[in-house]
Design a protein around this ligand. Structure first.
Ligand code: BG6
Length: 489
């Protein structure tokens, strides 16, 4: 993870430059890097898309979107510098011959080309063929792929094969934007820069872990995409498994891509299989019905715009994940994620074991366990719940549960919270793959996820309903209650 601006000049070629992701995230992220002076001055941004725009219309669209999606005030000088980097190229992605136009556009010089596929994965293969046809792939070029990479193991292999026919693994950057989030990266620091935690991070000290990624939004007009994916493919197979891997992996030798990815992969491979024999005990899927959020009525999933009359697609998942290895045997990781939950709220709670014997029974009959809460978003921070003596002269010792609270917004008041895409873009420009997902990781994650999805399908049961604005179906409470535990609300 290298923040220095030691990058060579690049041609940043965004396929799908007028799409949602590019407008909302990629171009604003590049603009912010411009503000920080982190883009090589000779680099250009080449927007590639189908509509017959001219460059002036493209520039106007980009400026409008920067005003819309960059939170800070736009700096006119920086904007001019940024806009001067823009180039626009009309292309039919499916027609290899049209890629010769792109070849004319790309500088003949020595720049590294970064091909960002911000399109549906269905056409990744066509784009690669076109680039190859126009002789546009050099060994130093890079390709960036967005999730979801596939719909299952088989389709993910097919997509990865289409790309790997033209690009090596060390040229390939697979995005999981959670790996660019400050608080997710901070997991590495928390675990490996604090011996307090690194020495107590295993089955001897930890009782269980809860990971919650709750969203208040619904499917945001994306019925077509979402109904085909569901929360398991959209969030668990990638974002939640990445968080789990960083939390549970062995200490990597260093921060290089190779060291970190190998350790993360081992975690995913050690996950116990969930299939038709244990699905009822280990996993719950839910679908939101009509409900209320922040005082307003919101429609259920089946009443969303574009909805089919019936669909078994899950909008909520809770899983008891178990890692079958030396460090974690017997320590469940409860995962929970859903749309239309009461608020946007993502956190990890590590529940340590209770003290083995209570010498404070007179004050506290049942000593609670220490809890480490890592607030991922919003209100980023770290919190440690611990017992403390209440000051006072009373002969009987009185104790109380209190918390140490490290709020990032209070502690780092003059630091801007960097968007995940800014960091990831910078790492791509600098050629560092640590924060990107390896092919092996993607495929191992699909093996585990496919088995759960198949088991749900085979059961023929509908997802359990939960009212929009609630914390999920009742059976997700039972999932953890069966182990005499409860979700932290
Ligand atoms: C995306 C999913 O990958 O992550 C979306 O496709 C989801 O459905 C989003 O809403 C959540 O990202 P964040 O950064 O808002 O937590």
């Amino acid at each position: 993870m290298n923040n220095s601006n030691n990058q060579t000049a690049s041609e940043i070629v965004i396929f799908g430059a007028l799409g949602d992701l590019s407008r909302r995230k990629l171009l604003p992220a590049l603009y912010q890097l411009e503000v920080c002076g982190l883009i090589n001055e000779a680099s250009r941004i080449v927007g590639v898309a189908k509509p017959e725009h001219d460059i002036e219309a493209f520039k106007t669209t980009v400026i409008d979107n920067l005003h819309k999606f960059v939170k800070e005030k736009i700096d006119d000088k920086v904007l001019t510098r940024f806009i001067n980097r823009l180039v626009y190229q009309v292309l039919d992605f499916k027609d290899s011959n049209s890629f010769t136009k792109l070849a004319d556009t790309l500088a003949a010089g020595n720049s590294t080309r970064i091909y960002y596929f911000s399109t549906s994965p269905v056409i990744y293969g066509d784009i690669c063929k076109g680039l190859n046809h126009a002789n546009l792939i050099q060994p130093k070029d890079r390709v960036v792929m967005e999730k979801p990479i596939g719909h299952s193991l088989a389709s993910s292999i097919a997509i990865n094969n289409q790309v790997s026919d033209y690009f090596n693994e060390n040229q390939t950057y697979r995005i999981d934007h959670y790996l660019g989030k400050e608080t997710v990266l901070n997991l590495l620091v928390l675990r490996f820069a604090n011996s307090l935690f690194s020495n107590n991070w295993d089955r001897n000290s930890i009782d269980h872990v809860q990971i919650t990624v709750a969203e208040s939004v619904g499917i945001e007009g994306r019925w077509g995409f979402y109904d085909d994916a569901g929360q398991m493919r959209d969030m668990v197979q990638n974002h939640l498994l990445q968080i789990l891997s960083l939390l549970a992996m062995e200490p990597p030798a260093d921060l290089s891509a190779e060291s970190v990815r190998i350790e993360k992969l081992k975690v995913v491979k050690a996950l116990k299989t969930i299939d038709k024999d244990n699905i009822k005990e280990k996993a719950v899927r839910g679908q939101y019905s009509d409900g209320f959020l922040e005082g307003s009525a919101v429609p259920g999933y089946l009443n969303e715009e574009g909805a089919k009359e019936n669909s078994y697609t899950e909008t909520f998942v809770a899983i008891k994940a178990e890692i079958d290895n030396w460090r974690w045997t017997g320590v469940p990781f409860y995962l929970r994620t859903g749309k239309r939950m009461p608020k946007k709220h993502s956190e990890i709670v590590v529940h340590f074991k209770k003290p083995p014997h209570n010498i404070f029974k007179d004050s506290y009959s049942d000593l609670p366990a220490n809890k480490l809460t890592i607030r991922l978003q919003p209100d980023e921070g770290v919190e440690l719940q611990m017992m403390n003596k209440i000051p006072g002269i009373a002969s009987q010792m009185r104790i109380q549960e209190n918390k140490l609270d490290l709020s990032f917004s209070d502690t780092y008041q003059d630091q801007r919270v960097v968007d995940a895409y800014e960091r990831l873009m910078l790492e791509i420009l600098n050629g560092n793959q640590s924060l990107f997902v390896s092919r092996d990781e993607v495929e191992a994650a699909w093996i585990w996820a496919d088995s759960i999805i198949d088991a749900w399908k085979a059961s023929g049961e509908a997802p359990k309903p939960y009212a929009a604005g609630s914390w999920g179906p009742v059976s997700s409470i039972s999932l953890i209650a069966r182990d005499n535990r409860q979700w932290v609300e």
